[in-house]
Design a protein around this ligand. Structure first.
Ligand code: DGY
Length: 326
């Protein structure tokens, strides 16, 4: 009898995706959705050839050393700062993520957060719910213009490009971007975007959008010094990763009106949120939901599952992040 490889699905997932995995593997699932400690994750990975992870599972060198049977970690996320990819490569463990399937949905959300932030939607909704709306007035919750304004995008990968297209083509915005590497001329033209330095972008943009991946170099890309370069009327949106913004410095800048407003979907140390951010009114806060539509989350889960199947059954990952020696 051929025994199926064993895999762990580390968080709750769509039942149809579990079912698909069960056709190929002996599956240990976690439909109670407990977030495992590092010790518990290592314990559950004993004898497992693969693991389906989300951003909440950290795959470190220390964990890998305890899991000699592990051959692949398939992340249900495009971001993979929860993976120590060099350590995985050294340990001979394949790493995969879920690019492309969430690009447009995440770009939609980035734009929604920009609109909500610029037009003060959360602040004004709280005011209304609190029963404070007694009359119209000419400047009540007057926000920043979006159409025709200047959008600055830091990180111009697929999602950044999606946001640029929305801004330029849908809202007539002038789009500036900064990226480690400028786009090729054809992609730049399709996005109607111009490459500038980070300083020029921060000084010029009416709305700054962060879409860059997290790395040690990207830590605190926006801190007190960068916020001081921005216009006092500007807004900042972070749909990238916690740690890209110095949240304490941002809370101070919002309180002091160094900038007008911010929209944040990701936080340093999430799901904890810096307490100062909870007390400033001019920030829209959402719990890391930029890719959260059912079709997109299903496509992400499907791709992570397909990576496990394709690698463990057919020997080739679909969206690899590394090339460990076999
Ligand atoms: C991603 O895909 O990286 C998202 O942040 C997870 O929802």
């Amino acid at each position: 009898m051929i025994t199926k490889p064993s895999v762990l699905v580390a968080r709750a997932v769509f039942p149809e995706v579990l079912h698909k995995l069960e056709q190929h593997f002996s599956v240990e699932s976690n439909q109670d959705d407990i977030v495992f400690s590092a010790e518990e994750l290592a314990r559950r990975l004993q004898g497992k050839a693969g693991v389906f992870t989300t951003g909440s599972e950290r795959i470190s060198a220390a964990l890998l050393a305890q899991c000699p049977d592990l051959r692949i970690c398939a992340n249900m996320a495009v971001g993979y700062n929860n993976f120590d990819v060099p350590a995985m490569t050294t340990a001979g463990v394949m790493a995969t993520n879920t690019p492309d399937v969430l690009t447009e949905t995440t770009a939609d959300f980035g734009f929604a957060l920009l609109m909500a932030t610029a037009r003060r939607m959360a602040e004004s909704e709280h005011f209304l719910r609190a029963g404070l709306w007694t009359r119209w007035s000419y400047d009540m919750f007057a926000g920043a213009e979006v159409h025709g304004s200047t959008l600055g995008i830091i990180g111009m990968g697929r999602i950044g490009q999606g946001i640029a297209r929305r801004g330029a083509l849908g809202f007539g915005m002038k789009v500036l971007y900064c990226n480690r590497k400028p786009l090729d001329a054809e992609t730049e033209a399709a996005c109607q975007a111009r490459h500038v330095s980070k300083t020029e972008l921060l000084q010029t943009a009416d709305h700054v959008m962060l879409v860059l991946p997290y790395s040690a170099e990207a830590h605190h890309t926006i801190g007190a010094a960068e916020l001081a370069l921005m216009k006092p009327t500007a807004t900042l949106v972070n749909i990238a990763r916690g740690g890209i913004v110095d949240d304490a410095a941002l809370a101070a800048a919002l309180r002091n009106r160094t900038i007008a407003a911010a929209g944040l979907d990701v936080f340093e140390g999430e799901p904890a949120v810096h307490p100062d951010l909870l007390t400033v009114p001019n920030v829209v806060l959402t719990p890391h939901i930029a890719s959260a539509t059912i079709p997109t989350r299903l496509a992400m889960a499907d791709l992570a599952a397909d990576n496990l199947i394709s690698f463990l059954v057919h020997g080739k990952a679909l969206t690899p992040l590394n090339a460990p020696a076999p």
